[in-house]
Design a protein around this ligand. Sequence first.
Ligand code: UDX
Length: 453
Amino acid sequence: MNPRNNHRLILFPHPFQGHMNSMSQLGQILYARGFSITIVHTNFNVPDPSSHPHFTFRSIADGIDQSEASTLGTRGLIALLDVRCAVPFEECLREMVSSQGGDAAPIACLIADSLFSFTCSVAQRLKVHALVLRTGGAVYLYVATIFPVLKEKGYIPVLGSQSEEAVKEFPPLLVKDIPAVDPQKPEVIFRILDNLIAVTRDSSGVIINTFDGLEHSDLASLREVFSVPFFPIGPSHKFCVTSPSSSSQEEDRKCISWLDKQPPKSVIYVSFGSLAAVSEAEMLEIALGLADSEQPFLWVVRPGSVRDPEWLEKSPSHFLWALEGRGKIVKWAPQKEVLAHPAVGAFWTHSGWNSTLESISEGVPMLCMPRFSDQGVNARYVSDVWRIGVHLNGGLERENIARAVKRLLAEREGEEIRERALVLKEKASVSVRQGGPSYQALDALVSHILSFK
Ligand code: UDX
């Protein structure tokens, strides 16, 4: 038996899908390095224990149900989970700390999602070391650190703003890329970002799903701002031998056999992650734009991605041409496998960090349509810094969509973008190989955890 099985890690994921995926990948990686893994999870979005038979699961009562959650919006839900989880989490951790010494391995440390603000102070009270997992990129965390300066200079946009004004102090960002203030609740975004900075500062280290070859200078900037160690171990899914789904949605694997029948690099894969929603009118424009692009497409329409959840079922005539013709629509796809498929030539994405990193890992050019949070910053880096994708300019209209898809899949510009994407894919792959920067960061993380007494 690996002697490190004597060390138990308590993992506390945030229940948003992108965050749960990252934490469960981290659990798998650290389990493979000999640690025992206990996942403490909320009752909202419960992970499937059968996907991780080697982990122990403990739930805490957050008192949030799906119908309450659906009225709140993403930021409201982040804020409410932060309030409701603090006490039950502390009780759960206290109970685990006090029951040490029995069969369970002693707790080496807590690893909590950085969206929860209370975890480091709870851990401090209970004399447990706490690391945080940052599931987004380094650049967005850096933007969070300069948010007060951006505010002072008058750059913070109001929700819905499409201002193309350049942020002179932080090229190539435009004002519309920065997280916006909701005029109804202007304080919420400031509180979320303040909490993110505080929990990062108070932690014993930050595990971040990025790699040095991608975000070298932003990681360097973060190391200047924070005095805690950073462990960039991305793309973390590439360390996992298997990638069991941590989603409550069932993956529709039929899309893989459909992809098998498509010509190489011909398909546009369309998915807007686990949270973003569009209106019914926008759905129709997407469908018509994809049809006009004359490229095969694979489109994820998950329940909830249209504001009327029954819309897809109620409107089959809009989609018959898609199901029978060039396209394939699924409710949830095995995304990493899809992006690695030779038939996929481009990814139309909402620019969530996991999706961005998964696309980079497979060298797939991106069509970016950021919606909220870190997505504007991620998309700007994709288009203007790494130059491995383009923005969907001019709005969600069928002509713009068709033009942008053709640009990526049928024009010389798309080929140049693909060449750059393949260079970055190679860097990502080198990163996780033995001796590569992320591999070394993982070794350093394991040593760091083992150094806790
Ligand atoms: C959210 C935010 O939107 C994002 O900006 C932030 O960085 C993380 O939290 P989400 O919107 O879900 O996440 O996007 P993303 O980070 O891209 O995560 C989506 C995950 O779901 C990816 O790992 C993707 O592989 C997976 N997915 C998505 C599937 O497995 N199948 C699908 O059909 C769609």
